[in-house]
Design a protein around this ligand. Structure first.
Ligand SMILES: Cc1ncc(COP(=O)(O)O)c(C=O)c1O
Length: 392
């Protein structure tokens, strides 16, 4: 059972405003800022390199925390600057060639779809978009049939889209990919910290995510998981003296673990803040977070369904904490502006077609209001959002 008062007391931002932009960047618990400040003080007092030496055990614990979060081995985790860079490092390392097919979903994030197009233009790979079933999830029968056909080199899709709530059946997708011997790259950017993740159960070969969304860490950190056997076969597009080492004047060796996808320089204070956020989520329990987030999101969707002039735009089952809606009378950006300028300062975001172009195009939407709830939100906060929308 979650102690909501405790979650809120741990979250200083709750005192100032009502935050429903957890799918953009969540409010961090205070332990995050404390961990960052502690290391910045070390850097000021000891020097940056000396501070990093002093923080070796804490740094190792960040990788161990992410590994626990994903039920992965510590050696299979790498930390980078953001989820896109994590994804890019993996995608561009894959040995794709002309004619290879990448299967994705209509809910794909544009930041991933653009690289597909780039390699289509550069190498001649093919992009195929899987149809959805009546639940709004990727159609498993269509996936299975396509995997039995020729040419599929990669299945790559987001577990939760940035513009809506449906959660993809990743475990079933993983099982189909494994059976067909096809690589599965899972974008868990909106899922990490929201939904329990277990890379062994899912069967994905690669997974990428960020710190700042449902994990509630600082901005500027992303991470990846890669299965050991695949890692050793993939050569990162970029190498430096952390990812590899010189063994002679004309030879280098790439390190064996997932950190071959990292670079040497990083903002260690921010990474330690991320580690504090991961530990916080693990301490509360991701199962409990997921149950609470679903409860709050359903509470909001139920209220929206009874609100004249508003349309909840979430399709499919099961749905996550990202609640999207439109109004018959006001543009999403105007609603966002109105809510942010109320005395209680309600943060929501606008999800536009530029982020999830295929899906928005299919549904004839230009943009939606996205109210993304987290476990520290309350029913009273949701009531104040619904009241404000009714009053508009
Ligand atoms: C589904 C999805 N994938 C990837 C990203 C990119 O994450 P980042 O901004 O950390 O690179 C986002 C960001 O909103 C996202 O929603």
């Amino acid at each position: 059972m979650l102690d909501i008062n405790r979650l809120r007391a741990d979250t200083p931002g709750c005192e100032q405003l009502v935050h429903f932009n957890n799918a953009g960047a969540s409010l961090s618990p205070a332990v995050v800022a404390a961990a960052i400040a502690r290391h910045q003080q070390r850097e000021i007092r000891l020097g940056g390199y000396e501070a990093a030496d002093a923080a070796q055990a804490e740094t190792a614990a960040v990788y161990a925390g992410v590994a626990r979060l994903l039920n992965a081995r510590t050696e299979d985790i790498a930390l980078v600057d953001n989820a896109t860079r994590a994804w890019d490092m993996l995608f561009y390392a894959l040995p794709l060639k002309a004619g290879d097919v990448v299967l994705t979903s209509a809910s794909e994030y544009a930041g991933n779809y653009i690289p597909y197009l780039q390699l289509k233009q550069r190498l001649g790979i093919q992009i195929e978009v899987l149809a959805n079933d009546e639940q709004g999830q990727v159609c498993l029968a269509a996936l299975q049939a396509r995997l039995q056909g020729p040419g599929v080199a990669l299945v790559s899709l987001p577990m939760i889209a940035s513009n809506g709530g449906v959660v993809q059946p990743v475990q079933a997708i993983g099982a189909l990919c494994r059976a067909a011997g096809v690589l599965f790259l899972l974008d868990a950017c909106q899922a990490a910290g929201q939904v329990p993740l277990d890379v062994r159960a899912i069967g994905c070969h690669m997974l990428t995510a960020t710190s700042r969304k449902y994990l509630r860490g600082p901005r500027g950190v992303g991470f990846l998981y890669i299965e050991q056997a695949l890692c050793q076969r993939l050569e990162p597009t970029f190498l430096d003296l952390h990812a590899a080492s010189l063994v002679s004047a004309d030879a280098f060796e790439i390190r064996a673990d997932a950190r071959r996808f990292e670079s040497w320089e990083s903002n260690l204070a921010v990474r330690l803040g991320f580690g504090a956020a991961v530990d916080y989520a693990l301490g509360v329990g991701v199962d409990a977070l997921w149950a609470r987030i679903r409860h709050l999101a359903n509470y909001l969707r139920t209220a929206l369904h009874t609100l004249p002039g508003y349309h909840c735009q979430d399709v499919g089952q099961p749905l996550s904490g990202l609640v999207t809606f439109t109004s018959e009378h006001h543009a999403p950006a105007a609603i966002q502006h109105y809510l942010a300028h109320l005395p209680q300062r309600i943060n929501v975001s606008v999800s536009g077609a530029a982020s999830t172009w295929l899906d928005m195009q299919q549904r004839g939407l230009e943009s939606v209001v996205r109210a993304s709830v987290h476990a520290y939100n309350t029913e009273a906060e949701l009531d104040s959002l619904v009241d404000a929308l009714r009053a508009l």
